[in-house]
Write a protein that binds this ligand. Structure first.
Ligand code: ATP
Ligand code: ATP
Ligand code: MG
Ligand code: MG
Ligand code: MG
Ligand code: MG
Length: 265
């Protein structure tokens, strides 16, 4: 069949392949979630329902894209690690970035009413997406350690900040009180003023959520994906996310283990 005279515009679509043999990380982040969390009355500093919804959306992505070998989430962001030799969309950057963030967003909206049943969705949330390549397991490990350190720094700050605000300070006063404080000061302030031992706060808030695929069980008993109310929060020692393990669709586990347990391979 003859090509139309318009066909030439296709040549403007340039290829955008990602370098072969590198780990692909896709990080998505909620757009304007400071405002979005206010508009939907998220409890501060951490709304557990909203975090569970993020985990659910991440699991949907892992169910659909088997080459995602692990994911890490905190606040309004999630990072997805693809296996080094993935052939997903012939490693086309924009296809990978856009497909993952699109599925994540639709799963977030699709599951909203299940996780926040009393909070009508007032407008359409959106997430941005970026792709970063890492040459070896060392950088991948440091990447997740970096995100987890960010979780800790933000959560410690936010915990003290909201404790001060909830005790009657204005947000400006709370900000000022925290200026120039280090983490030891913040821990002490929390303990002396509010009787909060930071280390006893839920691991999910302090360390974020890590999703890994469960290895095939050795018996024939099939395991079922946890329901939102009973997502395990315990540390799991068998996770070796960089080792490619065959998995089943539902066998994705959310933990709050530290990234130190990642096995390099
Ligand atoms: P940008 O569009 O640049 O990403 P943003 O407003 O989304 O801007 P972030 O730096 O991404 O800013 O921070 C996300 C904000 O969303 C947090 O600071 C927090 O206020 C809020 N937030 C996200 N998830 C939760 C949650 N589960 N509970 C309470 N607040 C949350
Ligand atoms: P890919 O994931 O590669 O895009 P695809 O199945 O989405 O695969 P497309 O070439 O994008 O394939 O074509 C979309 C298909 O979706 C159409 O061929 C048609 O069958 C169906 N479709 C989309 N919109 C409509 C519609 N409004 N009414 C009926 N069919 C539709
Ligand atoms: Mg952003
Ligand atoms: Mg954001
Ligand atoms: Mg963010
Ligand atoms: Mg299509």
């Amino acid at each position: 069949m003859a090509k139309s005279r318009f066909e030439y515009v296709r040549s403007y679509e340039l290829p955008d392949p990602l370098m072969p043999g590198t780990f692909i990380v896709v990080r998505i982040d909620g757009r304007g979630f400071h405002k979005f969390s206010d508009a939907h009355s998220f409890s501060k500093p951490n709304d557990r329902r909203a975090l569970d919804l993020m985990d659910m959306a991440a699991k949907t992505v892992m169910d659909e894209y088997k080459d995602v070998i692990m994911a890490f989430g905190e606040s309004d962001e999630y990072s997805f690690l693809l296996k080094k030799n993935t052939k997903l969309y012939n490693r086309r950057r924009s296809k990978i970035a856009s497909s993952i963030v699109s599925l994540f967003t639709s799963a977030y909206v699709f599951n909203w009413s299940r996780y926040l049943p009393n909070e009508p969705l007032r407008y359409s949330p959106s997430f941005d997406s970026r792709v970063v390549l890492y040459p070896s397991a060392k950088e991948v490990r440091d990447y997740f350690a970096w995100r987890q350190a960010d979780t800790h720094i933000n959560n410690l700050y936010n915990t003290v900040f909201w404790a001060l605000v909830q005790s009657g300070q204005s947000t400006a006063e709370a900000n000022k009180a925290l200026q120039g404080t280090d983490s030891k000061d913040k821990n002490e302030l929390l303990f002396s003023k509010f009787d909060i031992n930071y280390n006893n706060l839920p691991a999910m808030y302090r360390k974020g959520s890590t999703c890994v695929r469960k290895p095939y069980p050795s018996t024939s008993t099939s395991s079922i994906a946890p329901e939102p109310s009973n997502i395990p929060s315990s540390t799991s020692s068998h996770n070796s996310p960089l080792v490619e393990t065959p998995t089943r669709a539902a066998d994705i586990e959310v933990t709050n283990s530290t990234t130190n347990t990642i096995a390099a391979k």
